[in-house]
Each structure stands twice: as structure tokens, then as C-alpha cells.
Design a binder for this molecule. Structure first.
Ligand code: GDP
Length: 197
């Protein structure tokens, strides 16, 4: 997909204030620091579009970006801040779960996973929650440049195996590096395919 235009639309703390649900929408989510902002910026070819490294405790926002005037990319706040309070965590869950389950135009959720790590419980649990709610998702493994291809493949395989304990069918997986600008194009092609269906 050629990115002709990518613009920030709005940030929201409330699901009832989101832009009108008129365009197909693709959400990106993952543990904080997984490399979500970097991947979004690399994919859309705009450096400071999504802010990198949001600090824990900051207002958690749903950020809408419009791409090629055709679809929304939605940057969701990261989960799994080690230092956040229980109250903060619960507020995050309520807010994000509400968005994910109520947004009619949401086509697919890209769950970002750090390719350097063994399967993390919080990521598996989040995928299971998506599955239980019948929400379509795919996996984007990040930071591939940080280790050998063999190691990335091994961690991806381990993650797929862990998911396999809960899912009959494993969703598509993409290996990406924001640093090397790899993997994003395949995600964009997938989005283009869904948009033309
Ligand atoms: P977010 O909190 O998920 O939005 O994560 P960020 O995009 O802010 O990235 C967290 C840290 O990881 C930053 O220091 C980034 O520079 C670094 N990072 C993100 N993606 C990559 C990548 O593909 N390769 C490398 N080497 N570093 C990355």
C-alpha cells in the first residue's frame, strides 16, 4: 500500500467522543515499550506521528490517525505498566475493552509482541480475551533487528505454541523492525486486502 497521506485526527479519553464510525478501523496495541509508536511511525513513513515512549500514569488516550483518507489507524494505550496502580489498570481495562467490543467499524486488532521475549502471560491473556469476545486479531512481533533471525523465529514459534493451547487456529504473524523498516509493508498489504473485501 502506498501511503499518500497520514494525519493525526484526535485523541480521546472517552469512547462516546470518538470520530464518527464511517471508515474501516485497525487498532494497534501491546505492552508499554513494545515498540508500538515506532512501528506506526515507520509503517506510515512519518517520524513523530505517534508519540514514542509514553510514561506510566500519563493520560491514556485512544489516538485516531487517518490514512489515505480511507481508513483509520488507531493507536491504543499500552498495557502492562509494572508501576501502575490497580485503579489505573482497571480504568484502562474498562476503557479499552469498551472501545474494542463496541466499535462496529473495527476490522482487526494488531497485537504487538516483543520478539526478544519468551511468551509473556499478559500477552497470552490479552489474546485470549480477544478470542473470547470474538474479536479478530493478528500478531506483529517487534524489534526483530535486536537479535538473530533464528532467535526471533524461535520466540515466535514459542508464542504460537502457547496460543495453540487456547486457539484452534493461530492468527497471522508478522515479524517487524521499526529500526530497519521491515515487516510494516506486509501489515499494510493485509489492511489493503481487508479494505477491498
Ligand atoms: P511504545 O511504548 O510501545 O510506543 O514503544 P516505543 O515505540 O516508544 O519504543 C520503545 C523503545 O524501543 C524506544 O526506545 C524505541 O527506540 C525502541 N524500539 C522500538 N522499535 C524498535 C525496533 O524495531 N528496533 C530497535 N532496535 N528498537 C526499537
Amino acid at each position: 500500500m502506498l501511503i499518500r497521506k497520514a494525519e493525526f485526527v484526535c485523541s480521546n479519553t472517552r469512547v462516546d467522543k470518538l470520530p464518527p464510525a464511517t471508515l474501516p478501523e485497525y487498532a494497534f496495541i501491546g505492552r508499554s515499550n513494545v515498540g508500538k509508536s515506532s512501528l506506526i511511525n515507520a509503517m506510515l513513513g512519518k517520524k513523530g506521528l505517534a508519540k514514542t515512549s509514553q510514561k506510566p500514569g500519563k493520560t491514556q488516550l485512544i489516538n485516531h490517525f487517518i490514512v489515505n483518507d480511507e481508513w483509520y489507524l488507531v493507536d491504543l494505550p499500552g498495557y502492562g505498566f509494572a508501576k501502575t496502580s490497580k485503579a489505573n489498570r482497571e480504568a484502562w481495562e474498562k476503557f479499552i475493552r469498551r472501545y474494542l467490543t463496541q466499535r462496529d467499524t473495527l476490522q482487526c486488532i494488531f497485537v504487538l509482541i516483543d520478539s526478544r521475549l519468551e511468551p509473556q502471560k499478559i500477552d497470552i491473556e490479552f489474546c485470549c480475551w480477544l478470542g473470547e469476545n470474538g474479536l479478530p486479531f493478528m500478531l506483529a512481533f517487534t524489534k526483530a533487528d535486536k537479535q538473530s533471525a533464528v532467535k526471533s523465529d524461535m520466540n515466535m514459534a514459542k508464542f504460537r505454541r502457547s496460543l495453540g493451547e487456547y486457539f484452534e487456529e493461530i492468527p497471522p504473524c508478522f515479524l517487524t523492525s521499526a529500526e530497519l523498516k521491515t515487516g510494516g509493508e506486509r501489515i499494510l498489504e493485509t489492511i489493503a486486502d481487508v479494505n477491498t473485501r
